[in-house]
Design a protein around this ligand. Structure first.
Ligand code: NAI
Ligand code: MG
Length: 351
């Protein structure tokens, strides 16, 4: 069958890693008897300078009929980050009800971790991050700008429905994994409205999953636990902000931010899901051809799985792990000297 996939490569290293990953995703799909038709959308900071907005007014209408969206990264120093992120990636996540942000945090073979000796060999976690509301609801305002009385309010809006659906997804994911553990990131000692509701909903949903062993951790203690006892963690369910922070930490302890994939999932399949490396546009290394494409490639593997092509997922994922295990081709973030395209070519050969 034929799949329609939209590509928003974005800015900085976004296009570098996305274009390196696309031929590999294609190759895996074709080997599984599928076909992918790619449509590229040149949206991002260049588009912003030309048109005064990050994407056209009808962008969401154009993306809606697709089977999936493959995303690079967005953001550049010449456009304020709150503009680039709020006008491109967050509207897509929210409009398309991609309420689960699934972020595996697994130590791949051949990759070294700064946690050597701390149960790190068994490091296999996955974060289910709430992706549509919470701290990133966009509510709030600035007051009395430029005066000594200046202030700002940023409102985290949590709905029972919004918490419940993501927590349910996390519990069923935990139930499907061998260890059946779930950690809920909370902070209900200090956030006495939103996180108290979060805890209540988690407790209610837990009753439907007696086979899952779960417990809440305050997010600060959980961050510390990820470093000191990562082998005790399996599935982590977290709000939008907490999950954002914990997954960069998870990427760092599993070797590199450049390895980590993410899937913005609409589990109800009413709109396309979106797949991306979790890193940003990395202006510090953009344009040099040294970005690690593995995060984008693994995001492509997640996309193949969600499209219903598990054998294509496995082929691509196994090729990635073979290249990392061999260890001869590594980008600088993994201590090597290979460029983005060399790394991608090595994965292609392994496949
Ligand atoms: P970043 O993830 O772009 O970079 C953080 C550090 O990790 C940098 O030192 C970078 O060189 C390194 N890094 C990231 N990806 C890498 C890769 N594939 N290979 C090797 N090294 C890699 O985060 P930062 O610097 O906070 O943000 C840069 C821009 O990206 C900002 O405009 C920010 O708003 C945007 N951003 C966009 C995201 C998205 O599109 N989903 C997510 C995070 C940030
Ligand atoms: Mg982030």
């Amino acid at each position: 069958r034929r799949y329609e996939v939209g590509v928003i490569a974005g800015d900085g290293i976004g296009p570098e890693v996305a274009e390196a990953a696309i031929p590999l995703i294609e190759k895996a799909a074709v080997a599984a008897g599928a076909e992918i038709a790619w449509t590229r959308y040149p949206w991002g900071c260049d588009y912003y300078h030309e048109h005064g907005r990050m994407m056209p007014a009808d962008a969401l209408d154009r993306l809606a009929p697709l089977d999936a969206i493959f995303f690079g990264a967005v953001g550049r120093p010449d456009v304020p980050d709150h503009v680039s992120v709020w006008e491109l990636i967050l509207p897509i996540r929210q409009a398309f009800s991609q309420y689960v942000n699934l972020r595996p945090m697994r130590l791949l073979p051949g990759v070294s971790t700064p946690l050597a000796g701390r149960g790190a060999a068994d490091l296999d976690m996955v974060c289910v991050r709430e992706n549509g509301e919470g701290e990133y609801s966009g509510l709030g305002a600035r007051y009395d700008q430029g005066t000594p009385e200046e202030s700002a309010e940023q409102i985290g809006r949590f709905t029972r429905r919004g918490i419940e659906r993501v927590v349910r997804y996390a519990f069923s994911l935990a139930a499907s994994r061998p260890r059946r553990l779930l950690a809920s990131a909370t902070k209900s000692n200090a956030l006495q409205h939103s996180m108290v509701l979060w805890d209540e909903v988690v407790r209610e949903v837990a009753a439907d999953f007696p086979e899952v062993e779960w417990r809440p951790y305050h997010v600060d203690a959980l961050a510390a636990r990820m470093v000191t006892h990562p082998d005790t963690l399996d599935v982590i369910v977290a709000s939008n902000l907490f999950g954002d922070i914990l997954t960069d930490l998870g990427a760092a302890i599993t070797g590199s931010l450049g390895l980590a994939p993410g899937a913005n999932l609409n589990p109800d399949r009413t709109h396309p899901s979106m797949f991306e490396p979790i890193h940003g546009s990395a202006p510090d290394i953009a344009g040099r051809g040294v970005a690690n494409p593995i995060g984008a490639i693994q995001a492509g593997a997640l996309m193949l799985r969600e499209l219903g092509l598990p054998s294509a997922h496995d082929a691509l994922q196994n090729a990635v792990e073979q290249v990392l295990t061999e260890g001869t081709v590594r980008t600088p973030d993994l201590g090597g000297v290979a460029g983005t395209s060399e790394m991608a070519e090595a994965v292609a050969e392994a496949m």
